[in-house]
Design a protein around this ligand. Sequence first.
Ligand code: ARG
Length: 574
Amino acid sequence: MLKTNPFLKEIAHYLKAHTGLEEKDVYPLIDQPPNPDMGDYTVPCFPLKERLHKSPNLIAQELAQAIVGATGRSPLQLVTRVKAEGAYLNFFVQHDELARWILERVHKEGNGYGHATIGKGKTVVIDYSSPNIAKHLAVHHLRSAVIGNALYRLYKALGYHCVGINHLGDWGTQFGQLIVAYRKWGNEEALKEDPVDALHGLYVKFHQEAKNDASLEDQARLAFKELEGGDTEARHLWGHFKEVSLKEFNKVYHALGIRFDYYTGESFYNEMLNDTVERLKKAGLATLSEEALVVNLEQYGMPPCLLKKKDEASLYATRDVCAAEYRAREFGFSRMLYVVGSEQRLHFKQFFKVLELMGYPWVKDCVHVDFGLIKFKEGKMSTRAGRVILLEEVLKEAVERARGIIQEKNPDLSRAEEIARQVGIGAVIFADLSSRRTRDVLFDWKEVLNFDGETGPYLQYTHARLCSVIRKYGGTVDGKVDFSLLKEKDEYLLVRKLESFPRSIVSAAETCEPVVLCNYLIELASLFNRYYNHHRIISKNEELTRARVLLADCTRQVLRNGLHLLGMETPEEM
Ligand code: ARG
């Protein structure tokens, strides 16, 4: 909770007087009780047991008595009542003051509400999406891109300097294969029409032909050597493959609203690899095994980490070690996140171990932010057929379906095309983010686009509904209202929910779990919708209307801020 909260300040001040604890040590103890009937804030007394040498229940009782004092009334200003309940010390505060403190802040801070400065002066490097070039972006690349993008935005909101890196898979023997295939069977024309498709075709053909012609593999090894050595023709071809791939990737990134600070792929480290290998040799870590250069990790219960093949070609892990060293030098990160699927868990364990053995203290700040698979339930995108599902197709289908639903719900909507895009893409992003990362995502179109379910469109719809309330009100929303008019329990619950938005951002970022924010937003939207169904926001009572409009507008603001942090757009009508 934020220290500047005057309620917490008062509670901390009082606890300090009666326990001798420093205020800063009291803040982390203060929480919201699970049930608002129990109070507005609660302090569990278990952590005070050691210090005060009493049972937590007794501590709670004595503190309550001490704070209320002989008069039986709270001497405090904002706290109206203190009550011991078991081992908990519960505080009741003035609700109109609570509403004032929270709503005024949301209103004043606007798009910045929820942002903080805890990351000031610190850098987070995020490695995300990172697909292999000369292949289509498949649907599993969605997860890395979407999770990485959300983490980028979350950390940024907390004041961290973020470095977003697309570590493209643009180096390695397979590009030798592709060069050979292109020289033999490729043609400009095919590459123009659907370049990535053509490249993928060449790659497949190479492997078919290589079954009968062993010399192809040797040629490919040679071609990769040429590439590593800087041969002009090889570099030219490879550059072309990369360029056409990036063009296609960028279309998808653009559709998803995802950007990167760097597209430094594996090839970027080519010139630095030798130094890395030298360091590994000097440290006595690199050993020869069947002519390949490896770091033996048997002692740690892992297979060896491969650094160089017997033909001297570098490998994925070599480039990752080198890239980590480079990033540590270049960015001096306080955290480095690798948003990569769970199937690469062993790779990350191995190469983090290598970094540790090299003596780098910053390896403790490297995190493999892993995630599960994405699966489709039924229909033409069923994964059961074993077909690779292209990300572009998924996004197209989402927008088409959203368009259908919107047409049915609101046929007169202007800008329907734009809104269908925002809703379709938003639905896909939210479906990806709204379960714990490591769980597989089962994609069911009906559910993903259900406007009444726990979905992206539901949140966007609630946001649009709020915008429409404000439009209907017509006037400017005033931050100074009579807060004592917000007497309904649903209003209180909404206010408290708005209060905890900043905390949910911190928690989502720290655990690298955007689902924390997804859940928060679903709860917020549900609270609002319940309130909206039972109470009139705009009525003849002007003062009450002003207060309720402020509450509605703050809810709109927080929904908007939250959806943007997830990487979703927020149409104002739907
Ligand atoms: N290119 C790899 C793949 O598509 C992912 C790279 C992830 N990032 C990294 N630094 N290893 O599987």
